[in-house]
Ligand binder design. Structure first.
Ligand SMILES: Cc1ncc(COP(=O)(O)O)c(C=O)c1O
Length: 339
C-alpha cells in the first residue's frame, strides 16, 4: 500500500451538524480553503452543504468558481485577491467577495456585473482589512458605489485572532463600532461575521450572523486545552501506510516527509501498527524507520484511526493541527469512505 489518506465523510458530516447546532441562530459557512485543509475540496463541499452549512469559504475566486462549476449553489465567500483576480467572472457567478482595501473595492466596482461585497475591518489581527482610520471613508465610498449600481454591500466582517479573552473582547468591541459606522453611512442590511472555529465553539458573543468554521469541521481542536474528541468532534482523516520491510529491531514504512509525515526524531512520536504502538526512530524523504519488528504488510495508522491524532503530531512537531493535515501533499491518494 502506498501512503493513503482515508477521508471519513460521515465523521465530517457529524462535525458540521454539531457546529451548525452550536451556532444556533447564526448561519454556518465551512472553510474549505487549501483543498479543504488537505481533505479534498469538492467532496467536502458537497457534504458540508448536505450536513447543514449554508455557505462555503475559500481563499480565492478561482476556487469559488470551481465550486460553482461543480454545482454548488450556496453562498461562496472568497477573500484573498491579487492583481489577476477575475472579478468579472466572480460577479457573473454571484461569488461573495471579502474586500480589504480601496484598491480591491474599486477593482470589484469597475468589473462588469454587480459585485457582492463584504467589507473587512481590521479588528486587531493586522492580517488585512481596512484600518480603523480608513473605515469611515471606506463605508462612504462603498455606499456611493452601491448607489451607482456597481456593487451591493452584502456584509461586514473581520477575523478574530483568538488571542485571549481580553484581546478578543476588544476586537469584538472594535467590530461593533465598525458596524455602527457602516450603518451610519447607509449600508444595510448587513451580514456580520467574525468568528472562526474557536469563537464559534466557545464565544457566543462573537457569532453575529455567520460563523466561518474550518479546522473544527475536520475534527481537530483549535484549542490547546483539549483535542477534537473533547469537543465532541470526530477526526475525519486517517493517514495510512504499511510495513514494507524489517529486521534487526527495526521496521520500515515507505512513507516519509515527502508524504506529509513531519520530521520528528528521538521524541515521543509513535504510530500504530495493527493496533500496537511503534515509536518513530527516523523520518526520511521516502521512508520512516520504526522501532521494533512488525510483520510485512501490517497496516500502519500514521495520523488518526488507532494512531496519534493530528493534535498529537502538532505537539511533537511544534505546530498546529491545521499544518499536519494541510501539509499532506496532493500525490497522496485520498479515499473517501463512510464509517
Ligand atoms: C478569514 C478566515 N475565516 C475562517 C477561517 C477558518 O479558521 P479556523 O480553521 O480556525 O476555523 C480562516 C482560517 O484561516 C480564515 O482565514
Amino acid at each position: 500500500m502506498s501512503t493513503t489518506a482515508h477521508i471519513d465523510l460521515s465523521a465530517f458530516e457529524h462535525n458540521v451538524s454539531r457546529i451548525v447546532a452550536d451556532a444556533s441562530s447564526a448561519q454556518t459557512w465551512i472553510a474549505i480553503k487549501s483543498n479543504a485543509y488537505g481533505h479534498g475540496m469538492l467532496e467536502l463541499a458537497d457534504n458540508a452543504i448536505k450536513a447543514g452549512a449554508t455557505g462555503l469559504a475559500v481563499l480565492d475566486v478561482s476556487a469559488a468558481l470551481r465550486l460553482r462549476a461543480h454545482g454548488i449553489t450556496a453562498t461562496l465567500f472568497a477573500w484573498l485577491h491579487g492583481r489577476h483576480t477575475d472579478f468579472a467572472a466572480a460577479n457573473a457567478a454571484g461569488i461573495d467577495l471579502g474586500v480589504s482595501s480601496f484598491a480591491e473595492l474599486e477593482a470589484v466596482a469597475t468589473a462588469p456585473g454587480v459585485g457582492r461585497v463584504h467589507l473587512k475591518i481590521d479588528t486587531g489581527l493586522h492580517r488585512n482589512g481596512f484600518a480603523a482610520d480608513d473605515w469611515g471613508h471606506a463605508c462612504t465610498r462603498a455606499r456611493a458605489l452601491e448607489q451607482a449600481g456597481s456593487i451591493t454591500v452584502v456584509g461586514v466582517w473581520s477575523h478574530l485572532a483568538d488571542a485571549g479573552d481580553a484581546a478578543d473582547a476588544a476586537a469584538i468591541g472594535r467590530f461593533v463600532d465598525a458596524l455602527e459606522i457602516a450603518t451610519g453611512a447607509g449600508l444595510k442590511p448587513l451580514v456580520r461575521h467574525l468568528a472562526a472555529s474557536s469563537a464559534a465553539l466557545r464565544n457566543p458573543s462573537a457569532r453575529f450572523d455567520v460563523v466561518r468554521v474550518g479546522i473544527a469541521a475536520y475534527g481537530i481542536s483549535p484549542f490547546d486545552d483539549t483535542n477534537g474528541e473533547g469537543l465532541g468532534l470526530k477526526p475525519v482523516l486517517t493517514l495510512q501506510s504499511e510495513i514494507a520491510d524489517g529486521g534487526s529491531g527495526e521496521s520500515i514504512i515507505n512513507s516519509g516527509w515527502n508524504d506529509g509525515i513531519p520530521q520528528v526524531s528521538g521524541g515521543h512520536a509513535w504510530v500504530s501498527v495493527a493496533g500496537s504502538r511503534a515509536h518513530i526512530s527516523e523520518v526520511h524523504p521516502q521512508h520512516t524507520v520504526l522501532d521494533g519488528v512488525f510483520p510485512v504488510g501490517a497496516t500502519v495508522d500514521i495520523v488518526g484511526g488507532s494512531g496519534p491524532r493530528a493534535e498529537d503530531w502538532a505537539s511533537w512537531a511544534n505546530t498546529i493541527g491545521d499544518e499536519i493535515v494541510t501539509g499532506i501533499p496532493a500525490h497522496v491518494r485520498r479515499v473517501f469512505v463512510r464509517n
